[in-house]
Design a protein around this ligand. Structure first.
Ligand SMILES: *Cc1c(COP(=O)(O)O)cnc(C)c1O
Length: 372
């Protein structure tokens, strides 16, 4: 086995774009100062790099630079939003609305908050994975603090109607947080236009480095910090800034947005051809097929083969996911697919294929088809 399998698990993480690496190298080797040590040129240069990166990321989502806060990734950002808002406002408004198909970072944090007094409503989804906006509207209470609904699902790629959800939350004067970790850099996100108050993202899902992410917090919202010490990031998140990571993330989002249209069109074509051919041959049934989806996602039930047998047979050919990576340590059928109405067995027999830029550079589409 000399040749690596074809990577088709871009939703779990992406390789680093070499242009991102190039942007990061001088920060490691030359401008390695602490961005808070501005008594000398090293620190000043680091601070300048952070400032420029913050501006790029803010511009990418229609935010102001001081509304962007860097964290170690989306999981930390999600913890900061939910716990930080509950700590600040939960004594008066302990009610949170979320959905059954959120990422575990949201669901596990909500479960923790329930232990310390929060009340959480988990919206159901239809068979295509979409929440019901009427159910959302009727779930609001006088003490509702926040609605936490993801932009794109990490298992199916299904896109919720963020714009409408934002409008509803705005009319109810309730905070709207969207976990946009999968959507960021893949579809346009405009926090003002879409009435989003809080939004998280992560670099390693968009060809940036692992261990860096961030949070948009609309001016005026007071989250209680979850990490203390030094008051970095406008007092919200202490700790020496990951300058190479920040610079890499800014470069990554810039590249994604520059190439967004081209990449989406290409990957959607590959995805649609794959699904058409496989469904035509009666080999798969696509999950979330009738909902709007991210263009590079395909999640489907295998109809003619057991998923474990499939994975074993193709282990050296293609790298795909069963359920989500975050759940795969647990032997449990996907909570997302079950919420969409799949039986344990159908959820168990589902596979996630996610395409990416390497699929584009090096089309191995025929190889992929032959694996099924
Ligand atoms: C990957 C992912 C996360 C977690 O992000 P990390 O930066 O790896 O902590 C959260 N939510 C969604 C939707 C994701 O896809």
């Amino acid at each position: 086995m000399n040749q690596l399998p074809t990577y088709l698990d871009y939703a779990s993480t992406t390789p680093l774009d070499s242009r991102v690496l190039e942007a990061m190298i001088p920060i490691f080797l030359e401008n390695y100062g602490n961005a808070n040590s501005t008594t000398h040129l090293f620190g000043e240069r680091a601070a300048m790099a952070v400032k420029e990166s913050r501006q790029i990321i803010a511009d990418a989502i229609q935010a102001q630079p001081e509304e962007i806060h860097f964290t170690s990734g989306a999981t930390e950002a999600i913890n900061l939003v939910l716990k930080g808002a509950f700590k600040s406002y939960g004594h008066q408004k302990p009610h949170i609305i979320t959905s059954q198909t959120e990422h575990k970072a949201v669901l596990d944090t909500c479960a923790y908050l329930e232990e310390i007094g929060a009340e959480v409503t988990y919206l159901t989804v239809n068979s295509d994975g979409l929440i019901d906006l009427n159910e959302l509207a009727s779930s609001f209470r006088n003490d509702t603090l926040m609605v936490s609904i993801m932009a794109a699902n990490n298992e199916t790629g299904v896109l919720q109607d963020v714009q409408r959800i934002g409008e509803i939350c705005k009319s109810k004067k309730v905070l709207f947080f969207s976990d946009a970790t999968q959507a960021f850099g893949k579809i346009p996100i405009q926090v003002l236009e879409q009435s989003i108050d809080l939004l998280c993202f992560s670099a390693h899902k968009i060809y940036g480095p692992k261990g860096i992410g961030g949070l948009y917090v609309k001016k005026g919202i007071k989250l209680t910090p979850q990490i203390h010490g030094g008051g970095h990031e406008f007092g919200l998140r202490s700790g020496t800034l990951n300058v190479p990571g920040i610079v890499g993330m800014a470069k990554a989002i810039q590249l994604c947005l520059d190439e967004l249209k081209e990449t989406s069109v290409h990957l959607e074509k590959i995805r649609n051809e794959f699904e058409k051919e496989m469904e035509g041959a009666g080999k798969i049934k696509v999950n979330g097929k009738h909902a709007p989806r991210l263009p590079h996602f395909s999640n489907f039930q295998l109809l003619k083969e057991d998923s474990d047998a499939f994975l074993l047979r193709n282990r050296n050919k293609i790298a795909v996911a069963k359920g989500s990576a975050c759940n795969s340590a647990l032997i449990q059928p996907s909570h997302v697919l079950k919420a969409m109405g799949l039986s344990d067995q159908d959820a168990e027999n589902s596979i996630r294929v996610t395409y990416g830029t390497m699929t584009e550079i090096n089309p191995q589409h025929n190889n992929i088809l032959k694996s099924f």
